[in-house]
Design a protein around this ligand. Structure first.
Ligand SMILES: CCCCCCCCCCCCCCCC(=O)SCCNC(=O)CCNC(=O)[C@H](O)C(C)(C)COP(=O)(O)OP(=O)(O)OC[C@H]1O[C@@H](n2cnc3c(N)ncnc32)[C@H](O)[C@@H]1OP(=O)(O)O
Length: 194
């Protein structure tokens, strides 16, 4: 018996479905009856959905609930892998990650934009871990070597320094202990409203 929430279970199933559809399509087939069943399920859930604004989780203008809904780490978000970040005593963030087929860029490797997305959140988590949350203003990415799919890699975020409203952070994806992607980010603290 698990205490996993139904929404988390559903999100995990949709992730598996996404990988399975890609894999079936790669072999030139998706069973038409199964495709119809999947569409019916989507219709059912769609009918239950409330207004999009009511779906915003967390308080607008804060990072409350940000990790829960995040496309990187949200257990309820089927788009997320999801990553589980841990913070060390210095506020540095790290998470193991293994990317399935839906994150592919070049055949067999992770899409560079996905790496950027992951590192944005890794840096944001480290900034928050250092009590300096902010909005991403600028990111500079260096792709040193490709990140393989289906293999465990390490994602890291480190808050570097702050000056007034500005914060600087660095994120890395490491493959076999070597830096594959390095991102330098500038973040600005700001009150937000919709
Ligand atoms: C186990 C874990 C526990 C942890 C638990 C918590 C976890 C928590 C996780 C959260 C995970 C979500 C992470 C999502 C991260 C996003 O996705 S954020 C979304 C993407 N970013 C955006 O949408 C930002 C859009 N841009 C803006 O809103 C505004 O342009 C900004 C960036 C806030 C700045 O606007 P502003 O406040 O009007 O800034 P402004 O006063 O003009 O400028 C302030 C200073 O910054 C400089 N500046 C502003 N923009 C720039 C720029 N682009 N480049 C260079 N300099 C700039 C200005 O030159 C100025 O400098 P000084 O003159 O003071 O030297």
């Amino acid at each position: 018996m698990t205490d996993e929430k139904p929404a988390d279970v559903a999100a995990r199933a949709v992730r598996r479905l996404t990988s399975a559809i890609l894999s079936a399509r790669a072999h030139g087939a998706v069973d038409p009856d199964l495709a119809a069943e999947i569409s019916e399920l989507a219709d059912l859930l769609d009918a239950e959905a409330v207004d999009a604004v009511d779906c915003i989780s967390g308080k607008v203008g804060t990072h409350d609930g940000a990790l829960e809904r995040s496309p990187v780490s949200g257990p309820k978000n089927p788009v997320a892998i999801p990553l589980r970040f841990e913070l060390d005593d210095d506020g540095n963030a790290s998470a193991p990650a293994e990317f399935p087929a839906q994150y592919q860029g070049p055949a067999g490797f992770v899409h560079g934009g996905v790496s950027g997305l992951i590192l944005d959140v890794a840096m944001a988590v480290a900034n928050s871990g250092s009590n300096r949350p902010g909005m991403t203003a600028e990111m500079t990415l260096r792709y040193l070597r490709p990140v393989p799919l289906h293999r465990e890699v390490t994602v890291r975020g480190r808050h570097l320094r702050a000056d007034g409203r500005k914060m600087w952070a660095r994120g890395t994806i490491e493959v076999d202990g070597e830096e594959a992607v390095v991102c330098d980010g500038l973040f600005i603290s700001k009150e937000l409203s919709l």
